[in-house]
Design a protein around this ligand. Structure first.
Ligand code: CA
Length: 227
């Protein structure tokens, strides 16, 4: 899952980004409203964490501009503005959640998880596909109750496929959501990670779960339900 963190306090931005990356998220950072709108324009994100007091373009204006054209992006406001009015207007402008500073990282993490999950499960952190299970909270994968050890990249790929199980996902889309923007999209590394993910699933007894549509993309499905 790919997040855009919009926060002008560098130390806070660095700390939060680091914590989120450790959890396996891809994170891009914007340090003012203009940069936020630019990154939003050129990349695809699953969620935006948005500070309100920002240089150049105010956070509320950033939110307004995004909402005028896109309802799909999840936006979590993270702000020191803490009156009820601030919260109400943030939600009115279309943010999905509002967290006031100072905050506990654990709280932020829980809110992010809940927002990203809202699309596809009902409060459950474990996703299942045939013999495969993926826990979005503990970031673990099992096949027939045996844990499958994955790298962060492999997990990120599999998680995205899980969320869209049964649907074909283009390679470009997968890269967009599982990689940081600074990564070299055109290296072999994407194929390398998909290949090694497949190999590990194969070895664990879940061969055939990731279906390739040559030149188009990938799809996670249970082989039993397949053809
Ligand atoms: Ca600020």
């Amino acid at each position: 899952m790919k997040l855009l963190l919009v926060e002008d306090e560098e130390l806070l931005s660095k700390t939060v980004a680091k914590g989120l990356k450790i959890l396996g998220y891809s994170v891009d950072c914007a340090f003012d409203g203009e940069e936020a709108l630019y990154l939003y324009e050129v990349n695809e994100y699953d969620l935006m964490i948005l500070d309100l007091n920002l240089p150049k373009v105010d956070g509320m204006e950033v939110l307004r501009r995004i909402r005028s054209r896109d309802d799909g992006l999840k936006v979590l406001i993270l702000s020191a503005r803490n009156t009820l009015e601030d919260k109400v207007s943030g939600l009115d402008e279309g943010s999905n959640d509002y967290l006031t500073k100072p905050f506990e990282f654990k709280e932020l993490e829980a809110r992010i998880r809940s927002l990203l999950r809202r699309n596809f499960t009902t409060g459950n952190t474990v996703l299942t596909c045939g013999y495969l299970k993926l826990d979005t909270k503990r970031r673990q994968v099992w096949c027939r109750e045996e844990e499958v050890e994955l790298t962060r990249k492999e997990f990120a790929l599999l998680e995205y496929l899980f969320v869209h199980a049964g649907k074909m996902t283009g390679a470009e889309e997968l890269i967009e959501h599982a990689w940081d923007s600074e990564a070299d999209l055109f290296s072999n590394s994407f194929r390398f990670h998909i290949h090694s993910l497949r190999k590990k699933l194969d070895a664990a007894g879940a061969g055939g779960y990731i279906v390739t549509y040559r030149g188009k993309g990938y799809c996670l499905q249970c082989p039993e339900e397949g053809s």
